[in-house]
Design a protein around this ligand. Structure first.
Ligand code: 3NM
Ligand code: MG
Length: 477
């Protein structure tokens, strides 16, 4: 499976960084917060101690589906059977490490220059750690401080040398407050970083889970312009089909297979539910599943009636979804709780942590992305859980905006196939920011005048992003 390098934690067991905390607990908290790779780095302890800790860490990382890499000590990685190693320029040769580890293990290499980066690629490195970005108290013997622009130069050289597909992270003095600037400043025209590597920003943090969540949110937010651009460039995504709001359902099942082959995505919106309609939904779902195109389930009013509760069960049993989107009671219904809902209006009786738990649990169970909308939107793929705090109360007062969000998310999931979670976050942030911008306009006095202004802002955001201007993202929260 492809490794997600978004938030790459390098451990440090020295008192200056770890304090009197327990390393295993800190790593556990960081995994809860969404760290996507763990590198165990201990330069000084005896081998048997390193092996003992590495075994514990590996159990932990495996339960989160996250790779564990060992710094330098290839023998330890071989002994415990973890996913790979990270080696520096002064450590073992890459080819030697490859012989010991075999072809399927991950070998990461540190590079501070174009030459080092390119030769590591040629020697078969699986990813690169670029740096040192900023001088750091964590590692005092670093060779050169290259800054984000030095990282950008290396990324551009890699691209020019035909190594554009090698994943890369950067390291050295990176934390949540400079993460966005580092990601923006290090991007070269055709190649950007895949993630950020940190030690103290997480290990020395008072709350390592929160620190990890913060960093993950920064990395995902930085990818939003790519998602928006992908949608604009991908014609197929724009034929995303919104089913359910329309009464013309009877011939739909036959059409679905052909439409699925065009690409794009399917939205199953339960705005109206009739027995015939439901049968068509199930057929369309199967056709899109077969064509491996994303399907978004929008279980409108799922908890309101027994007909709708049963319809949800039927659909869940008929296929798989890329994204399930709904308000609290809809998501609770899909999750299986019996809640009664009045009409399609939402209430948010759960706290944000409880809502986060709910989306994470449903995402795990259904193996998909879950988006729970509300004043705070919660999004999870079962592993990574994020909150989005953008939006405006007017959105909740206008029927149909929720459906539009479903369609937007489906278009993004269709165009940005590599990561449905990032696509969903992009759609949600874009929606929320557009709503905030629209509500601030002078002539907007209520939900009526809000709608056209909102559509204009969505259009403006898309256009600006295509022209390389993503300043609107400064409003993302
Ligand atoms: N390697 P912090 S800098 C482990 O430049 C390591 O290769 C570096 O620690 C390199 O995130 C570094 O606390 C330490 O600044 C990074
Ligand atoms: Mg080293």
């Amino acid at each position: 499976m492809a490794v997600d390098y978004s938030v790459y934690l390098v451990t440090d067991s020295t008192p200056a960084i770890l304090g009197d905390k327990d390393l295993i607990s800190v790593v556990e908290a960081s995994l809860r917060g969404g760290v996507t790779v763990v590198q165990y780095r201990d330069k000084h302890s005896a081998k048997e101690d390193v092996v003992a800790v590495a075994k514990k860490l590996h159990q932990l990382t495996q339960s989160y589906g996250v790779p564990l890499l060992i710094n330098d000590r290839v023998d330890v990685a071989v002994e415990i059977g973890c996913e790979g190693v990270h080696i520096g320029q002064d450590d073992m040769e890459i080819q030697q490490a490859r012989k010991l580890l075999g072809p399927n293990k991950i070998i990461g290499v540190t590079a501070s220059s174009k030459e080092e980066a390119i030769s590591a690629c040629q020697a078969g490195a699986d990813y690169l750690g670029l740096g040192t970005v900023y001088s750091t108290a964590t590692k005092k013997d670093t060779k050169s401080i290259i800054g984000p622009s030095g990282v950008a130069d290396i990324l551009a050289a890699l691209d020019a040398a035909g190594h554009s597909s090698i994943p890369a992270v950067c390291i050295g003095g990176v934390n949540a407050s400079n993460a966005s600037a580092v990601l923006a400043g290090s991007a070269s025209p055709h190649k950007a970083l895949d993630g950020l590597a940190v030690v103290s920003a997480i290990i020395a943090a008072a709350d390592p889970a929160a620190a990890s969540r913060d960093l993950l949110a920064k990395v995902i937010t930085a990818k939003i312009p790519d998602v928006v651009a992908a949608v604009v460039q991908n014609f197929a995504a724009n034929v995303a089909l919104c089913v359910g709001a329309s009464p013309i359902m009877s011939n739909y099942a036959q059409e679905a297979a052909d439409l699925a082959r065009l690409g794009g995505a399917l939205v199953l919106n339960m705005g109206t539910v009739t027995p015939e309609g439901l049968n068509n939904y199930a057929q369309a779902l199967k056709a899109y599943n077969q064509a491996r195109r994303p399907v978004v389930l929008d279980p409108v009013g799922a908890g309101a009636t027994s007909v709708r509760r049963e319809a949800v069960q039927t659909l869940l049993a008929s296929g798989t979804f890329a994204v399930i989107k709904g308000n609290q009671s809809e998501i609770q219904t899909v999750h299986g709780a019996s809640v009664t809902q009045r009409g399609v209006d939402s209430s948010s009786s759960l706290t944000v942590p409880q809502r986060a738990q709910l989306v994470r649990s449903l995402a795990r169970r259904r193996r998909c992305v879950v988006l729970l909308t509300g004043p705070t939107d919660l999004i999870s793929d079962g592993r990574r859980t994020l909150r989005v705090d953008n939006g405006h109360g007017y959105l909740g007062m206008v029927t149909g905006t929720g459906c539009t969000l479903g369609t937007t998310v489906s278009a993004m999931a269709a165009a940005y196939e590599q990561d449905a979670l990032v696509a969903t976050v992009a759609g949600t942030v874009m929606f929320g920011v557009a709503a905030e911008m629209a509500a601030k306009r002078d002539h907007v006095r209520g939900p009526g005048s809000f709608v056209p202004a909102f559509l204009d802002e969505l259009f403006g955001i898309r256009k600006a992003t295509m022209q390389g201007d993503s300043t609107w993202l400064a409003l993302a929260k």
